[in-house]
Write a protein that binds this ligand. Structure first.
Ligand SMILES: [Fe+2]
Length: 277
C-alpha cells in the first residue's frame, strides 16, 4: 500500500503533502483513508499547486464522506461553493465575516467535518487563510481549568458573528439575523475518538448561566490563547493550491485583502456525522 508523504508546517497544526498529483487523487484507492488519517493527526493538509479541476476534487471528497449540497446553486455545481466578493455572488455579504476566527456550521445541527478549499484567483496581497488547533487549545489548559470548564455551555448566534462586521446593524439586518437558528454547545467537545477540543469562535455570543460580560471575557481569553501567533498555521495562496482542513478541531479565518479586486476560491464540504457533546 502506498503511503502519504507529509512535512509538518508547525508544531501543532498543518502538514504539506509532498507526493499527490491529480492523477493519484483520482486513481489511488488507498488515498482517501490515508488523507483522513493524516487529517486527524495534522488537522490541515496543504496540497501545493495541485491544480486539480473541480470534478476531480469533488470525486475525491466523496470518498471522504457525504458532500454538502449548497442548495442555492444549480444542481450541476451544487457541491462547489464559489467564495468571492463579486457583487453577483449571493453570499458575498456574509463572507465578510470569514475574517474572524470561527468554526464552520456551528449554527447547524451537525457541523461539517472536512472542508476543501482551492485557490482559483488569488489576491496580490493578503487573503491568507489561518488555522489554529482547538485540540491543542484544550490540551494546554491547566487541570484546574479543565475541571472548571467541563460543564460550561456556550450560546452561538448568527448575530454575534455578523455584529463584528456590521456593528451598527439596520432593523432589516437585525430581523434577518434573528431569524437564524441559535445553538448551545458545550465549551469542551468530547469527540467520539476520545479527544477533547474547545468550541469557540465568532459565533460564540455568551456563556449560558454566567454573567454576560464575565462569560465574554472568558471566551475572549480562551480565543486569544488558542490563536496566539505561535499556535497559528498561515497559508499564503498560490493559484491551484488545495487545502483540506478538519473543521471539528480548528478555528480558521482569512486575512484581509482588497475586496474590490478579484479573488475566487472554490470550496467543497464533507458533512459531519457527530453532534457536539
Ligand atoms: Fe469558514
Amino acid at each position: 500500500m502506498s503511503t502519504l508523504a507529509v512535512e509538518r508546517l508547525t508544531t501543532n497544526v498543518g502538514a504539506k503533502v509532498l507526493d499527490v498529483d491529480p492523477t493519484r487523487l483520482a486513481t489511488d484507492p488507498d488515498l482517501a483513508d490515508q488523507v483522513a488519517e493524516a487529517l486527524e493527526t495534522h488537522s490541515v493538509l496543504l496540497f501545493p499547486e495541485l491544480n486539480a479541476d473541480d470534478e476531480t476534487l469533488v470525486e475525491f471528497c466523496r470518498k471522504l464522506g457525504k458532500l454538502i449540497n449548497f442548495s442555492h446553486l444549480p444542481p450541476e455545481t451544487a457541491e462547489v461553493m464559489e467564495i468571492s466578493f463579486d457583487p453577483s455572488n449571493p453570499n458575498a455579504e456574509y463572507f465578510a465575516s470569514n475574517c474572524f476566527w470561527h468554526i464552520d456550521g456551528l449554527l447547524d445541527e451537525i457541523a461539517p467535518k472536512t472542508s476543501m478549499l482551492t485557490a482559483r484567483v488569488t489576491s496580490a496581497e493578503g487573503g491568507e487563510t489561518e488555522f489554529a488547533s482547538t485540540y491543542a487549545a484544550y490540551d494546554a489548559l491547566s487541570d484546574e481549568e479543565k475541571e472548571r470548564f467541563a460543564d460550561l455551555r456556550v450560546v452561538h448566534t448568527f448575530e454575534a458573528i455578523q455584529r463584528l462586521t456590521y456593528p451598527n446593524p439596520t432593523p432589516e439586518q437585525l430581523t434577518e439575523w434573528a431569524s437564524r437558528s441559535v445553538r448551545e454547545h458545550p465549551l469542551v467537545w468530547e469527540h467520539d475518538s476520545g479527544r477533547r477540543s474547545l468550541v469557540l469562535g465568532a459565533t460564540a455570543s455568551h456563556i449560558a448561566g454566567m454573567d454576560i460580560e464575565e462569560g465574554r471575557a472568558l471566551l475572549a481569553d480562551l480565543q486569544a490563547r488558542t490563536t496566539a501567533p505561535e499556535q497559528v498555521c498561515q497559508h499564503s495562496w498560490t493559484n491551484g493550491d488545495t487545502v483540506l482542513w478538519d473543521n471539528t478541531g480548528l478555528v480558521h479565518r482569512v486575512r484581509d485583502f482588497d475586496r474590490n479586486k478579484p479573488r475566487t476560491m472554490h470550496r467543497s464540504t464533507v458533512a459531519g456525522q457527530e453532534k457536539i457533546k
